[in-house]
Design a protein around this ligand. Structure first.
Ligand SMILES: [Zn+2]
Length: 246
């Protein structure tokens, strides 16, 4: 009899443990609000916002960003590629699942650079902007889904909830946040004119190298790397560099 009670007790304790584990997991998932991701995510490409979430009678479940053919498209955060294929509607498309339980979709790509299972870093290029699938004009169609993408897109979130507010026709830059942050770190009082003055900015063109830009702007590679907080001399088209005008 005592043995029976003992077993019952053990079963009961185990039950409590399992319940706690389950609840614990659930709480973790709920803690990951889109807001917390906002500080970490970058915009998926450089370009102009040409359509927003919820348009076309609510049937547009993403945001459109237009730029030139072949403009790099970046993963907004680190994650694992869950799909990479060609669809008649999305065209060349890449899906990335992130640690915060959100899944992002990069559609109408000209080329895909990653395959399923690939671990992407934040800012890693997953492909280049294109006009494949059901698309008119070169642009990136970008979606964010809570948990996962589904056929009826019921988990879709407005990407601006995560990336911050943006107006139609406004320009976005993938690495702007990083630049602003490093500016804030380095500059404060001394060089706060950099953001305001367009003369101090240079937009990287296709084929540019840092040494070419240095020569063109009477600067040096070292100076450009330092004021832009670059860790390597690798630059990307449409990247905005701060240039010393003096
Ligand atoms: Zn779209």
């Amino acid at each position: 009899m005592l043995d029976f009670i003992k077993r019952l007790l053990i079963a009961g304790i185990m039950g409590v443990f399992i319940t706690l584990l389950f609840l614990g997991g659930k709480t973790n998932a709920q803690m990951l609000e889109p807001d917390t991701a906002a500080e970490e995510w970058i915009w998926p490409t450089d370009g102009v916002v040409t359509d927003t979430f919820g348009t076309r009678n609510g049937s547009h479940y993403g945001i459109d960003i237009a730029a030139g053919l072949g403009t790099p498209v970046y993963s907004v955060d680190s994650g694992i590629v869950t799909k990479s294929y060609y669809s008649s509607s999305y065209g060349h498309v890449v899906f990335v699942k992130h640690h915060n339980n959100l899944e992002t979709v990069y559609a109408h790509l000209n080329k895909r650079y990653v395959e399923v299972g690939h671990r992407v870093k934040k800012g890693e290029s997953v492909g280049e902007m294109g006009n494949t699938g059901r698309s008119s004009g070169v642009h990136l169609h970008f979606e964010v889904h809570e948990s996962e993408w589904t056929v009826n897109k019921k988990n879709a979130l407005d990407p601006v909830e995560v990336l911050g507010d943006i107006e139609l026709g406004e320009s976005v830059q993938a690495f702007k946040q990083t630049a602003e942050r490093s500016d804030a770190l380095h500059a404060s009082a001394k060089i706060n004119t950099y953001d305001e003055s367009e003369q101090n900015q240079y937009i990287v063109q296709k084929g540019d190298t840092l040494s070419y830009i240095a020569q063109k702007t009477n600067s040096t590679v070292q100076t450009l790397m330092k004021i832009n907080s670059l860790t390597t001399d690798v630059i990307r088209p449409n990247q905005v560099l701060v240039i010393h005008s003096q």
